[in-house]
Write a protein of this length. Sequence first.
Length: 85
Amino acid sequence: MKKKEKIAVIVVTYNRKELLRRCINAILKQTYKVDKIIVIDNASTDGTEEMMTKTYYRNKKIDYVRLDKNIGGAGGFHLWYEKSI
C-alpha cells in the first residue's frame, strides 16, 4: 500500500498581520489541501499574536510559534528545521 505524503507549509512573518491573514486563508482554501500550516512570528508588534490566538486558535492544522525577538526570515525557517529533526 502506498504511503500518503504529508504536506506542511511554513510561513515566517514579522509585522504583516493583514498579509498573513490573506496568506493563511488562501492556503486553507486551495484545492490541494495541506496537512499543517506552521506560522513562525518573529516578535511582531502589529497585533499578529492577537489575530492568531483569536482567529485561528481552534484550527488544528495551524501551529503558531511566537519568538521573543526577530531572528529574520532565514532564522525562522532554520529554527523550525532544527526543531523538526
